[in-house]
Design a binder for this molecule. Structure first.
Ligand code: ADP
Ligand code: MG
Length: 704
């Protein structure tokens, strides 16, 4: 595994926490189990809240239920009652008497306090039987030991999230040492370059305020959601990320690429052969792509369009341009099913124009592999495939354009691997919209975005209904009705096979049950663990109508086009992202008949499920749905942490900080205007840091 990058340019932050006093091997291990291993990790293990222990409260003024510090003199102490299970210490100040009680205690320790000893006690105030103030299991400190730097008294004390097996006091102590030994060494070039409201203080100060609030901290400083230190740390992360994206884009714009600027005969041929004319959105996209390809720098374009907006034709148009200019085109799809669907469509468009199209999917025997290789090395002008296109052995004769149909399944890494197959191929990424605007900016920060706003056949209306688990029988009734009319249906399950851990409907059992329930209908099963050829056979029988019900996992999410399929039932629907469900239902009602989608929640759907599924019943707008999901669940869950491709930020939260990103971008744009190479005294360190943090992950040339 690649060593992780320290959060700031300070090698010391890669040190193990075990190097701090008070962190023995056992504590280190327990911290590591929480992912807290290095000093850098420790600095970003931030307090969840704070306790205000600045000033002692007089006994008379104690309030029930609140944490308080009391300074007083011991009056008396001793075991209570006959059994001696409780130890009580009375403390007194000028205003009253406080009882401190222990149910678990080290007797010798408590007996070491004698009358007239001056103590500080810290604890939550409760009321005794007679309404007198008391504290149960308070912390005790001798007044003589409490100096100005005491970690627990006379200050605001951070409360860290609990770490199993590591005491709160231990955490506070070593974090104190960590902050003291490291923050001063953190160099931050950003203050002075960013306005105060964006970036209120240097990162070092932010970290030390987070862990050790000043004595004069305001309530806002002590709210980890509102504090200026949080703003600073979040912007520190976002700024470098955004700058990384800008550098990425500039790198691409500066690198040479094969200009693909043919007369356009193939494209004209393609358009002439289409049974329809392009929508305005498609026309615009094709025009932009044509312009991009003609330049001697690589295109980087993201084409966003909801299911059914006609992205494939646009991709075919791009392929025509590249091929006519003498280059090869690679088209990569997330699943073999989709790759084959693309192969069929693209062959239909391109082969009549004399363009050779070949398939490259994984597996197969030696002969298949040799065929792939031959195709790549010049035998085919367009190669359609899965991740097999990334195979080390596959080298292309003259790859000029890479088209990735991604349905948010490929991460940045895969994109880069394919892009590395040619010096700098032109890149076109297709995405079935549901990337919310705010996310699209982050995910595709280095790509130009084109939208296909309209569906050529008008909005795809699929009547959608959400059912609770107890009412699932209604879905079976509907299925029965659909089959009775001679139509077909999909039943989608979240899992292939039952698992003990996850209680969700599995495809294997569902297919078995439905086959039993509908003995005179052919029910078939399709899932990603089946071999490619077997999948093709199953799909073929469904397409031809030989089988009537297709029970499947999400392999059908994309690329299956069966006009007679009018019903989609999704089991365990809450387990899918809304956008994913939206894409799924786009599979039905593609013929003349209207489609219908029934979302059946699992037995324990959770609180949000109903609300989320209701969104789908209400709207057909993919973007609106994606925004709603983002809003309800945050980007990680809404899109799948890995699928979202979002970088793991430590402090920044996309849903709350994204609105500041446009300003960061403006600021970066101004920097670049003033100092295009970011080589000046002020900006060089910022550029260096962006490359240090993001160079490898974003594949920046400068990262070496
Ligand atoms: P998606 O964007 O989901 O990949 P497709 O490219 O599969 O959409 O197109 C969906 C359907 O719309 C296809 O059957 C395609 O032939 C058809 N189509 C595409 N563009 C147009 C158009 N301009 N007019 C009419 N039909 C179109
Ligand atoms: Mg498509």
């Amino acid at each position: 595994m690649q060593a992780s990058v320290t959060p700031f340019d300070l090698p010391l932050l890669a040190s193990s926490l075990a190097a701090l006093s008070g962190v023995g091997p056992v504590t280190a291990k327990r911290l590591a189990a929480r992912g807290i291993k290095t000093w850098g990790d420790g600095l970003f293990f931030l307090p969840a809240r704070y306790q205000d222990r600045r000033t002692p409260t007089q006994v008379q003024a104690l309030e029930e239920g609140r944490l308080a510090v009391v300074r007083g003199r011991v009056v008396s102490g001793g075991l209570l009652g006959k059994k001696g299970k409780v130890y009580r210490l009375f403390l007194e100040d000028a205003t009253g008497r406080l009882a401190c009680l222990w149910f678990r205690f080290k007797r010798a320790h408590l007996e070491s306090f004698s009358p007239d000893d001056e103590l500080f006690v810290v604890g939550e105030v409760s009321l005794g039987n007679k309404g007198e103030a008391q504290m149960i299991h308070p912390e005790l400190y001798r007044a003589g030991d409490v100096g100005p730097d005491h970690p627990s008294v006379g200050r605001i004390v951070p409360v860290y999230p609990e770490v199993e097996g590591v005491g709160a006091g231990t955490v506070r102590r070593f974090m104190g040492e960590l902050v003291q030994r490291s923050t001063e060494l953190i160099f931050d070039p950003l203050p002075g370059l960013l306005p105060k409201d964006i970036y209120p203080m240097p990162a070092a100060e932010a970290l030390s305020k987070a862990h050790q609030p000043n004595h004069d901290a305001t309530p806002q400083d002590l709210d980890p959601d509102q504090a200026a230190w949080r703003q600073t740390l979040a912007m520190n992360e976002l700024l470098y990320f955004e700058l990384g994206l800008v550098l990425k884009r500039r790198g691409r714009e500066a690198s040479p690429a094969q200009a693909l600027d043919p007369p356009g005969k193939l494209l004209a041929g393609l358009l002439a052969a289409l049974p329809f004319s392009l929508t305005p959105g498609q026309q615009e996209a094709v025009g932009l792509i044509q312009g991009d390809l003609a330049r001697s720098h690589p295109m980087g374009r993201l084409l966003c369009g909801d299911v059914g907006t006609g992205k494939t034709v646009v991709a075919a148009a791009a392929a025509c341009l590249a091929v006519e200019a003498g280059a090869q085109v690679a088209v990569m799809a997330p699943t073999e099913v989709l790759a084959r669907q693309h192969l069929a469509t693209l062959s239909r468009y391109l082969e009549p124009l004399g363009v050779s199209v070949a398939l490259a999917v994984g597996g197969g025997n030696g002969a298949d592999q040799a065929a792939r290789l031959a195709a790549a090395q010049g035998g085919a002008q367009a190669l359609v495939g899965t991740h097999a296109l990334l195979g080390q052995k596959l080298s292309f004769a003259n790859l000029g354009l890479v088209i990735i149909d991604e349905q948010h399944r490929f991460g940045v890494h895969q994109r880069l691997a394919l892009a590395a197959k040619a010096k700098s191929p032109h890149l076109l990424v297709l995405s079935a919209t549901p990337i919310p605007r705010t996310l699209a900016l982050a995910l595709a920060g280095h790509l130009e975005i084109s939208d296909l706003p309209e569906r050529p056949q008008g909005p795809h209306k699929v009547g959608t209904m959400a059912l609770e688990f107890e009412h699932r029988k209604a879905a079976v009734d509907e299925l029965s009705a659909v089959l009775g009319r001679g139509e077909q249906a999909y039943v989608i399950c979240p899992l292939v096979e039952a698992s003990d851990k996850i209680e969700a409907q599995d495809a294997v059992a569902t297919a078995r049950n439905l086959a039993r329930y509908f003995p005179d209908q052919r029910v078939e099963l399709l899932h990603g663990r089946m071999e490619g050829p077997e999948q093709q056979e199953v799909l073929g029988r469904f397409r031809s109508g030989e089988s009537r019900v297709l029970v499947a996992t999400t392999v059908v999410e994309v690329g299956v086009d069966v006009p007679e399929a009018t019903l989609m039932i999704v089991l365990g629907a809450e387990r899918f992202g809304l956008s994913q469900l939206h894409q799924l239902r786009g599979r039905v009602g593609r013929g003349v008949k209207r489609g219908r989608c029934i979302l059946v929640a699992g037995p324990n759907p959770g609180d949000l499920a109903q609300q989320r599924l209701a969104v789908l019943a209400k709207t057909v707008d993919g973007r609106e749905i994606a925004e709603a999901d983002l809003h309800l669940r945050g980007p990680g869950e809404a899109m799948g942490e890995r699928q979202s491709g979002l970088p793991p930020f430590k402090v920044a939260r996309w849903e709350r900080d994204a609105r500041q990103v446009p300003r960061l971008r403006e600021i970066i744009a101004v920097w670049l205007k003033e100092d295009p190479e970011l080589a000046g005294e002020k900006l060089a360190p910022v550029k260096k840091e962006a490359i240090r943090r993001w160079g490898r992950r974003l594949g920046l040339a400068e990262a070496g």
